[in-house]
Design a protein around this ligand. Structure first.
Ligand code: NAD
Length: 342
């Protein structure tokens, strides 16, 4: 099987591309990535040494390029996206362009090239906030922020290609990922790198927002199961088993970093900071044998150690620039290092 991976120079896509290269039955792995601020060739590392690997620098919104690149592949795994909620509060149109238009472009080409397996990688954020209970795959989509709205729209665009043209397409919706190679704008690498530099970290409001944490390798294992065994037309939630408030997560990161609560500053909440996301992922367990295995504490320690040992990979990405954030909290000026979303 020849697999085309979009967004493979980003955090999750790069782990997945290396995983695919390790699989004996995979003949070729092609990564298509625009190398935005979030994409780095270094994330792919050893992939460049493999004769099975090809890297194409390009944009999923480029109709001609996507058509050319997809030719000869049997499977597509679509990770490419604008993925950071805080950025979507300032530049929502770019999220619609990449996440919605880009996805339409990919599924159009996939139909044209008779792609046999297409996995569209989505997020639990499309379900919106849940005060209690857990979202199953048939739960209504109630996204609140531009990032989640653009991902929900792209889910629907992707699924329309299954309904209309019979493209054998599966959607995965996962909870928050963590692990090495994540851009330091996201909460875990942001806090770890700030603590490594002896700087303070900031918690929105009282740090009460709840998220479910999934190690990136567990997520990639789930995506591979869906690629190989998923039923076309189906959606699979991929969760991680560990729900934490952002304050609880901060406590774990302080412990790992040898810092105390003096390193924490509380700031005004950002617009639409969803109180809680929660997934029911029993369908993927029962139907595909999905089971996350990575221990949260071990995974966080290993992740923190990776950032400690690889400053060249994140230090150049953490220049502070003051940017205004529109919306109800507009009075606040925050640095690009300060805001985070969990
Ligand atoms: P990321 O921001 O680290 O990587 C995104 C990659 O897409 C980058 O390499 C970037 O260069 C590339 N890209 C962006 N626009 C592109 C375009 N127009 N054409 C081609 N490439 C483009 O994101 P991530 O955290 O690895 O997330 C990957 C996918 O998983 C996204 O679809 C995201 O919505 C989804 N997801 C992420 C999480 C998480 O916790 N990070 C959780 C659930 C779902």
């Amino acid at each position: 099987m020849k697999v085309l991976i979009t967004g493979g120079a980003g955090f999750i896509g790069s782990h997945f591309a290396k995983r695919m290269l390790d699989a004996e039955d995979i003949e070729q792995v092609t990564v298509l990535d625009a190398l935005t601020y979030a994409g780095h060739r270094t994330n792919l590392g050893r992939a460049f040494l493999s004769p099975k690997f090809e890297f194409v620098h390009g944009n999923i919104c480029d109709v001609h390029l996507v058509n050319e690149v997809m030719r000869g592949h049997q499977a597509v795994v679509h990770f490419a996206a604008e993925s950071h909620v805080d950025r979507s509060l300032k530049a929502a149109a770019q999220f619609v362009e990449t996440n919605v238009h880009g996805t339409q472009n990919l599924v159009d080409a996939a139909v044209r090239h008779h792609i046999e397996r297409f996995v569209h990688v989505s997020t639990d954020e499309v379900y919106g906030p849940l005060l209690n209970g857990e979202a199953t795959e048939d739960f209504p989509l109630r996204p609140t922020v531009p990032y989640a709205a653009s991902k929900a729209a792209s889910d629907l665009v992707a699924r329309s290609a299954w309904h209309t043209y019979g493209l054998p397409l599966m959607v995965t919706r996962s909870s928050n990922n963590f692990g090495p190679c994540q851009n330091p704008e996201k909460i875990i690498p942001l806090f770890v790198t700030r603590l490594l530099r002896g700087e303070k970290v900031t918690l929105h409001s009282r740090g009460q927002h709840v998220r479910n944490w999934l190690h990136v390798e567990d997520h990639c294992a789930g995506v591979e199961l869906v690629l190989r065994r998923g039923e076309p037309g189906e959606i699979y939630n991929l969760g991680g088993g560990t729900d934490l408030t952002s304050k609880e997560l901060t406590g774990l990161l302080l412990d790992i970093s040898g810092a105390d609560w003096d390193a924490v500053t509380y700031i005004q909440d950002r617009p639409s900071n969803d109180a809680r996301y929660a997934l029911d992922w029993s369908k993927a367990c029962k139907q595909l044998g999905y089971q996350p295995v990575r221990d949260l504490g071990d995974g966080l320690r290993e992740t923190a150690a990776w950032y400690r040992d690889n400053p060249d990979r994140w230090a150049p990405l953490t220049t502070s620039t003051v940017v205004p954030v529109p919306g109800p909290g507009a009075a606040t000026l925050r640095t690009v290092q300060e805001p985070h979303h969990v």
